[in-house]
Write a protein that binds this ligand. Structure first.
Ligand code: TNX
Length: 528
């Protein structure tokens, strides 16, 4: 009998059951935790190189933001440290953003090749800590995590043209992106309802262009000054998030055209003043002046030029003498050829600024050299466009509407927000992403940079509704983008999501729980 018990215990130690599963989201590449040994951290004695001290400071701040206040936090000798950060360029942790975390009863050690890796190690600790907080400090189970992301581009886009949310809300999103190890914030700053970025050479953008939103043409002007934009960029950089601005062209330009009508290429009945005028030399100077300012604000290598849906409102190009002359001069056979000419030219302009262009998937047949751009594939109903992008050698970010458009509803019981026929964007579908695009991921692993979710805001007018549409789908996005879970396991993911739900509650975030739809009712959109 005793032998049998002993055998059972031993068997237990070597089966996966022994390793207590962690609650970390996104799921780490490998982790193992013991159930019987713990480490308590009430006071931090840290050791790291002077250049990494900011990571400890920021970590302590993050703990405090979640209500975990330590008794103290001071630097100590490595031997006595209970938190050790080791930046080792030659470490066995292979990937730039990877890390190894070792928790023993006396010490918590993170080894990485880069600051980003150390930061992600600390985010994992943060997630474990908030799952077991104490009055002072927190408790961790001992164990190890060896981790790195599958995808380098783990993005979230926010449309602030249709509705403007402001500094505080953007910072809140960046905080949560960091918590879930997302690393690209794509900022959609211009579109029809409003232009949201100060451009010093063109002051009318912030008086005329910034006025109004999707629901109210006369809403007071809302925009970011250049110094506010820089503050957001810094805030994001502290969290290892790169900010990519989007200045949409040649379509979706109505707010710009209200400000400077001399560069208006006209629109359609449904989309008035939709395009810039590609037939005027002055338009190229104007846009290049704007982009020089944008390039000076945003340190990112990338500027997103949109390039989407131009045919929604380019009919007037047919009767515009300047455009007709341009077509003759350059032998452009139709309006799409004009659009592509415009995009090639603007991409060249960005190249002179040492910036790489990003465009929506409309650009993949524009003849732009692959070395000068990246594309975002969004039209899930046009898989051909993705195939073309990859065949043409374009680095591609996957953000198909289904399941990555967060303005789509997340449950078929919801009535506010988009559907594609009957399709929508539930958490389950986000988790299934790797299986859905297995073929492309296998065939073009070096061209698919990663994935991104896009929060379009025609139907999102308030912070509350923004939260409802974003949480917990942001966590599912991170799970897919980090890409280490072997297969989509909704039940397991929902289990790991429970600590996040508690934090959302503490923070007053109106989230959606797919397993408790009645308790987390839909926050409806306002109708136009
Ligand atoms: C398509 S995605 C758009 C946006 C809309 C969105 C609504 C893309 C490149 N264009 O302008 O806001 O659908 O889901």
């Amino acid at each position: 009998m005793r032998i049998l018990i002993l055998l059972l215990i031993l068997a237990g130690q070597f089966t996966p059951g022994y390793s207590q599963k962690s609650f970390i989201i996104p799921q780490p590449a490998a982790s193992s935790f013991t159930t019987d040994k713990k480490m308590n951290l009430e006071e931090i004695h840290y050791s790291c190189a002077p250049g990494q001290e900011f990571l400890v400071k920021n970590f302590v701040q993050q703990l405090a933001d979640f209500g975990i206040v330590l008794k103290g936090c001071e630097k100590s000798l490595a031997k006595k440290a209970n938190l050790l950060l080791v930046l080792d360029p030659k470490s066995l942790v292979e990937e730039a953003e990877g890390y190894k975390l070792v928790i023993t009863p006396k010490q918590l050690r993170i080894v990485a090749k880069s600051d980003a890796g150390l930061f992600y190690g600390l985010q994992s600790v943060l997630q474990l800590a908030v799952a077991k907080p104490f009055a002072a400090g927190f408790e961790l189970s001992c164990g190890t995590v060896q981790d790195a992301p599958k995808f380098g581009w783990r993005g979230l886009m926010l449309d602030e043209s249709r509705h403007f949310f402001g500094m505080e809300k953007v910072k809140m999103l960046l905080d949560w992106m960091a918590f879930y190890k997302l690393n690209r914030f794509h900022w959609h700053l211009t579109d029809e309802p409003g232009w949201r970025l100060e451009i010093k050479g063109y002051p009318l953008f912030t008086t005329v262009g910034a006025k109004g939103n999707f629901l109210d043409r006369n809403a007071e002007p809302k925009f970011y000054t250049q110094s506010e934009a820089k503050e957001i960029i810094r805030y994001a950089a502290d969290r290892f998030i790169e900010v990519i601005p989007e200045i949409d062209m040649p379509g979706h330009a109505a707010a710009a055209n209200r400000s400077y009508p001399e560069f208006n290429g006209g629109g359609s009945e449904k989309y008035p003043d939709f395009t810039f005028d590609p037939g005027k030399e002055g338009t190229y100077t104007y846009l290049s002046n704007i982009l020089w300012e944008v390039a000076a604000i945003f340190p990112s290598r990338y500027i997103h030029l949109g390039g989407d849906e131009v045919n929604f409102g380019n009919q007037q190009w047919n009767t515009n003498a300047g455009i007709q002359a341009l077509m003759q001069r350059h032998q452009l056979k139709d309006l799409q050829a004009v659009e592509f000419y415009f995009l090639r030219r603007m991409t060249d302009t960005l190249s002179t600024m040492k910036k790489t262009m990003i465009g929506w998937d409309e650009i993949v047949t524009a003849g732009i050299p692959a070395s000068q751009c990246k594309t975002m594939w969004w039209r899930h109903d046009k898989p051909k466009q993705l195939e073309l992008a990859l065949q043409n050698g374009y680095h591609t970010i996957l953000c198909p509407r289904i399941p990555f458009y967060f303005d789509f509803v997340q449950s078929n019981t919801h009535t506010s927000g988009r559907y594609w026929q009957k399709a929508f964007a539930p958490v389950e579908k986000i988790l299934e992403f790797k299986q859905l695009y297995k073929e492309q991921l296998t065939k073009y692993p070096e061209l698919i940079d990663g994935i991104q979710a896009n929060i379009w805001t025609e139907t999102i007018h308030s912070n509350e509704r923004l939260d409802f549409m974003t949480f917990p789908r942001m966590a599912a996005l991170a799970e897919a983008a980090w890409g280490q879970a072997d297969a989509a396991d909704f039940a397991d993911f929902m289990q790991r999501l429970q600590p996040s739900f508690r934090l959302y509650q503490v923070k007053g975030i109106r989230y959606f729980d797919p397993q408790q739809p009645e308790e987390t009712p839909e926050i409806p959109a306002l109708k136009k």
